[in-house]
Every structure is written in C-alpha cells, then in structure tokens.
Design a protein around this ligand. Structure first.
Ligand SMILES: N[C@@H](CCC(=O)N[C@@H](CS)C(=O)NCC(=O)O)C(=O)O
Length: 224
C-alpha cells in the first residue's frame, strides 16, 4: 500500500487525519503505534523526532509527513478526493486554515492538557494549568458558537480541513468540559459533525478503545 498511517485509534489528532482520508475516499494502510511500549516509541521517534502521532508514510514519494495540518494539505495535493479539503479559492482557503489552527490550538491543545493532567501521578498535578485550559475552552466555545451561528461548516458551506480538526477536538473536549445550552449554535454544529459519515466511522472504529480514555465514565452513553 502506497500510504501508511502510523496512528492510535484513540488519539484525537489521528482522528483528524482519518476523517480527511475517509472524506477523500483515499486507500491507505495503518500501523498501530503503542507509545507506551519503549521499542515502539523508539521506532516512532526514529521516523520523526517529535514522537507525535499520526505520521503518514508515502512510499511513492519516499517520504514521511508529520503534523496533521501538513498531512491533510499533502493528501489534498497528491491524493485529492472528490472535493478538496482546502478550498481552491484563496480567501476560502485562508478561512479554512484559520479555523483548522483555531481548533488545534484552542480546543485540542487545552483538551490534551486536561487529559494529560488526569494521567499524572498524585503530587505532580497542575491544577492551575487545568484551570487555564478550561478558561481557554470557554473562550473557544464562545468563539466557535459565533462562527457556526449561520449553520453549515466551520469555514462556510463546504466541509474542510477545519471540520476535520473540529470533530475530534470537540468530541473529546465536550466530554471533559461539556458544551452547554448557552452555546446552542456550537451544539448544533457538534451534532452535524457527529452525523457526518466520515466522523461517525472514526468514532465507531475507536469505540473498542474508549475504555482506555481516562474520562471514559463521563462519555455520553451513545458513544460508549
Ligand atoms: N501538532 C501535532 C500534534 C499531534 C499530537 O499531539 N498527537 C498526540 C496524539 S493525539 C500524541 O502523539 N501524543 C503522544 C505524546 O505526546 O507523547 C499534529 O497536528 O500532528
């Protein structure tokens, strides 16, 4: 198989790329990477030193592509699907990239910080960091609520890279920091995302691993 995704089925950033691959109907193989296994971790760091997931290997061009935003841009360029995830029009493209960054930096990042803190041993926790992360999520929820008020997708009428980033970021963030009725537009957008076949497929495939998620008991029953 030309494309290989090194990933873990529970990892939010891996979900972001899986949504993109399913949207484009691109054929790919997967290799599950268990970063808890020192040998697997060392092999992964050897592929790309950040040790982050996912990574894409393209054997046709003999290269490893890191960073989800770059992976999706790469796929859109070299393995395009029926509809581009990065709009061709420059203004629409910039908007899609803006909201991709917004979901990564202001939803995924604080979500990961809160989850990471849950995994830390007693005595090494960072309550101030968690409080700050929750404040960031409150800000982001209000920001996105305003953005999606007209309906449609994160960057307009077209499903884009921004929605690939939004789906897993909001999926996990909503569990650890619930979205309330105060953000009605965001809740509606969340439901549109969850109903999208590519997103539903990724969640379905992750289901056997959800018991490893440290906030598993807070997950809505429909996802468990
Ligand atoms: N900026 C990176 C973030 C990737 C990332 O944080 N991946 C997480 C999984 S969701 C990871 O590899 N965590 C393991 C670690 O940090 O050791 C991207 O967009 O690819």
């Amino acid at each position: 198989m030309t494309l290989m995704l090194y990933y873990h089925p529970l990892a939010a950033y891996c979900h972001k790329v899986l949504v993109a691959l399913y949207e484009a109907e691109t054929a790919f193989a997967t290799e599950l990477v268990d970063l808890g296994d020192p040998v697997a971790r060392a092999a992964h760091v050897e592929r790309w030193p950040t040790g982050k997931m996912p990574l894409l290997r393209d054997s046709r061009h003999d290269r490893i592509i890191p960073e989800t935003t770059i992976i999706i841009e790469y796929l859109d360029t070299h393995y395009p699907g029926p509809r581009p995830l990065l709009p061709v029009d420059a203004a629409a493209r910039l908007e899609a990239r803006l909201w991709d960054r917004t979901f990564d930096l202001y939803v995924s990042e604080p979500m990961q910080r809160i989850v990471g803190d849950r995994l830390r041993p007693e005595g090494q926790k960072d309550p101030a960091g968690v409080q700050e992360a929750r404040r960031t999520l409150d800000m982001a929820y209000a920001l996105v609520d305003r953005q999606v008020a007209p309906g449609g997708w994160a960057a307009g009428a077209q499903f884009t890279i921004a929605d690939c980033a939004a789906a897993p970021a909001l999926f996990y963030a909503a569990i650890i920091h619930p979205i309330t009725d105060h953000h009605r537009h965001l809740l509606d957008y969340f439901e549109r995302l969850m109903a999208r076949p590519s997103v539903a497929r990724v969640i379905e495939e992750a289901r056997p691993y959800f018991h490893f998620f440290p906030f598993n008991q807070d997950m809505p029953a429909r996802f468990r």
